[in-house]
Design a protein around this ligand. Sequence first.
Ligand code: KG4
Ligand code: ZN
Length: 330
Amino acid sequence: MPVILGIESSCDDTAAAVLVDGYVRSNIIANQEVHKHYGGVVPELAARAHLQHIIPVVDQALDKANIDKKEVNAVAYTLGPGLMGSLLVANSFAKSLAMSLEVPLIEVNHMQAHLLVHFEKSTPNPSFPFLGLTVSGGHTQLVLVTAPDQMKVIGQTLDDAIGEAFDKAGKMLGLPYPAGPYIDHYAQRGTPNIPFSIPKVPDLDFSFSGFKTNVLYFLRKQQELDKNFITDQRNNLCASIQSTLIRIVMEKLEKAVDQTGVNQIVLGGGVSANSGLRKALAKRKEWNVFIPPLTFTTDNAAMIAVAGHFKYQHNHFGKLTSQSQSRMSL
Ligand code: KG4
Ligand code: ZN
C-alpha cells in the first residue's frame, strides 16, 4: 500500500497530492492571483509565489489525506517541462523532503502525467494502446501511448498552444488571464455565428497563430464600424472562438484515429476542462473516450503522484543530482 506524495510547480500553480494505493486521498492547489494583473504568467513572480506556497500546500495535502509525513513511501515531483524558476522550487523541496524522510524520489514528466492521471483507481482506466490528446497552456499534442513510459508524439503545434489561443483571443476581448474559463462561460450563452478560418496544416500538426491574427483583424474591422461591438457581441464572439478551436482539434483527432486505427482517446491538460470540447468528445460514440474529472484537468499534483506510482512499482527512482528541465520530451 504505497503512499506517494506528489509535488508540482511547473508553471503558476503550486500543488501537492497524496496517493494511497493508487487512490487520490488529497489534491491541493494554490493558484497564483498575482499574474492576473499582468495578463500572463510572470516567471520571476511565479517562482517567488511557489516558495511561499509550497510548505503550506504540502502540509494541507498531508493533513487532508490524514497521513503523517513519516508514512510517505516516496516523493514524486515534476522534473519538467515548465518554467525553470518554477520547476526549481518543487525540485529542491522534493529532494530535501525525500532526504530527510529517507525515502526515494521519483521524477515525473508533466506532459506524461496529464495523460497518466487517468490511471487513478477511482476513475475509469484506459488500456494500452491509446491516443492521448494533451491540450494546455503550453502544449497541444497528439500522442500514441503504448505503455506508461512509451509515448510517441504523432502531432503537435508548430507555434502557439491551444490554451494560448484561448488566452490571447480572450485578452483581445478584454477578459482576465487566463481567459480560457471565461470564454467557456460566455460561449455557453452565445451562438457560434462568426466563421473564423480553420488553418490548413499538414499531417497531424496544429497551428494557432493564424487563428489569433484572424480574430485580431476581425475585431479591429468590426470596432471601426461599431465601437461597442466587443461588449455587445461578447457571447457570440466567445462561442465562435471556442467552436473554431474545438473544430481544429476534432478534425486532427479524426485523422489520427484513421491513421493509427486506435480509437481509445484519452484527454488531458488544462483545456480539457472546456465544456464544449468535453461535449464534442462525449458525442463520439464510435470512440472510447476518457475525459478527466475537472480536478485533474488544469495543473495538479494528483497527476504527478499517479504517474509516479507507475515508476514506484518498477523501482524507477530519481537522483539527487537531477536537474530541472524546462524542455523535456515525452
Ligand atoms: O494544463 P494547464 O493548467 O497549464 C499548462 O500546463 O499550461 O493549462 C492552462 C490552460 C490555460 O491556457 C487556460 O486558459 C486553459 O488551460 N483552460 C481552459 C479552460 N480551463 C483552463 N481553456 C478553455 N476552457 C476552459 N474551461
Ligand atoms: Zn499542464
